[in-house]
Design a protein around this ligand. Structure first.
Ligand SMILES: [Cu+2]
Length: 462
């Protein structure tokens, strides 16, 4: 929960209501709330009587704010943080207020927002408010629209939220380093008058996360910031499966999931069990007439997408990036493909020299999900996570949308695995057997391929 310099705890904010000003903050800076846990915190109900459905930040939290003279005041502290990527691995990142990503900022269209940014990094920084329409001098581009915030200093950003939507914040100073180190956060602006906003629909659950990636050598904890493409940890909100929260949904709920991409490559985000529509981007809400159904939507670098569906099918539905290397953790690279190689004899010989030697990869890589290999300290197995039927063989950008009947409106707790109705699970055929010897693989055994090419025009038309 909120710790160290406690601003006002969620409970206190709810109990005391609008306009609460902490003692220390009354005359000066609002205190900066801190989070020391990577567990998802309950959505922060608006304390000021302008109701909206607060978003649920996967493995994250929403920053409380203070009302002062008609402004909403937030305080972000840019600083080195420790982030648990998944149980078994902690990374040294940079972030805000104790975590990477920083806290989600939520406000309402028309709000005047004042954001204090204190720099506790070892180098200067800025914050750019991605997608927000604001005065040029508030845009946060170091050198272009403001001097960078020096180490130890606090800058103030002030602007009005002129439209609702899905946005993010990140540095525009030494970006390659600062984003590779995890500096980013989500920013949601709720409509003031939802019915008047074209393309906007109210939902029952509204999830948010940022797509990020790190290159952290197994056994170490700090990202290699010069990596351009070959990252080895593919994360959502700086978490890798099985560390990513499930998206828990009540059957019948209208659901929105919003995500933004701050990696160096695109991510085709795929949901099982449903078709959905892209209902918004960081440019605004998409009118109904401009949408089409999808089950995968690609989110390019620097883009955000909001997708919506009605959760009418109960179950445990996989939700993941469709690039198969992005659903793996570290060690997924520099491993030769050995499918079809018969290791048995050579493994026996190596075993004599190296007790416990394991050959792998000769029948595909699925064994990795179950293999008990010794790992360097502070890294994650390549594919991991156990389901009710065995190893899930996934890592990285993978989690589960869990749709259940009869949950309470605000219940985001993991309900466990889905209890499938009898007769609805794929099962072994127990009728007449069909001989299916395991494939031996290997091109050497295949008959030569005869190519028959019919050139256009050679035989006229059919
Ligand atoms: Cu991906």
């Amino acid at each position: 929960m909120v710790s160290r310099r406690q601003f006002f705890g969620r409970g206190a904010a709810l109990a005391l209501g609008a306009g609460l000003v902490s003692k220390a903050g009354a005359a000066s800076l609002p205190e900066a709330p801190q989070m020391d846990s990577a567990a998802m915190q309950p959505p922060l109900a608006p304390p000021d009587g302008r109701p909206y459905r607060p978003v649920a930040t996967l493995n994250g939290w929403t920053s409380p704010w203070r009302a002062k003279d008609g402004w909403k005041e937030f305080h972000l502290v840019a600083e080195p943080v420790q982030r648990e990527i998944a149980p078994g691995m902690v990374a040294n990142l940079w972030g805000y207020n104790g975590q990477s990503p920083g806290p989600t900022i939520e406000c309402v269209e028309g709000d005047k927002v004042r954001i204090f940014v204190t720099n506790r990094l070892p180098e200067h920084t800025t914050i750019h408010w991605h997608g927000i329409l604001l005065p040029s001098g508030m845009d946060g581009v170091g050198g272009l629209t403001q001097p960078q915030i020096p180490v130890g200093k606090t800058f103030v950003y002030e602007f009005e939220m002129t439209k609702s939507g899905t946005f993010m914040y990140h540095p525009h100073a030494d970006e390659m380093v600062q984003m590779a180190m995890g500096m980013m956060g989500f920013l949601v602006v709720h409509p003031r008058n939802p019915k008047a906003v074209r393309g906007y629909a109210e939902v029952d659950r509204d999830f948010v996360f940022l797509i990020n990636a790190y290159d952290i050598e197994p056994g170490s904890a700090t990202p290699k910031i010069n990596t351009m493409l070959d990252f080895n940890l593919w994360t959502w909100n700086s978490r890798a499966f099985p560390g990513i929260d499930p998206l828990v949904v009540r059957k019948g709920d209208r659901v929105r999931i919003r995500f933004g991409n701050l990696t160096m490559t695109n991510h085709p985000i795929h949901l099982h069990g449903y078709d959905f529509e892209v209902s918004g981007t960081d440019g605004g809400w998409v009118p109904k007439t401009a949408r089409w159904p999808e089950v995968t939507t690609d989110v390019a670098v620097g883009q955000m997408r909001a997708i919506e569906f009605v959760a009418n099918a109960p179950g445990d539905w996989a939700f993941h990036c469709h690039k198969s290397h992005h659903t793996m953790n570290a060690m997924g690279h520099d491993v030769p493909t050995t499918i079809g190689v018969d290791f048995r004899e050579v493994a026996k010989r190596i075993e004599r020299l190296v007790p416990g030697y394991m050959a792998m990869g000769d029948r595909g890589m699925a064994d990795m999900g179950e293999m008990e290999m010794e790992l360097p300290a502070n890294t994650l197995p390549m594919m991991t996570g156990r389901g009710p039927f065995g190893p899930i063989e996934m890592g990285g950008m993978f989690t589960v949308v869990k749709v259940r009947e009869g949950l309470a409106a605000n219940d985001y707790r993991d309900p466990g695995w889905y209890a499938h109705p009898p007769g609805t699970v794929a099962r072994e055929w127990t009728g007449e057997p069909f001989a299916a010897p395991r494939a031996t693989g290997g091109a050497a055994h295949s008959p030569p391929v005869e190519l028959q090419v019919r050139k256009p025009g050679a035989h006229g038309h059919h």
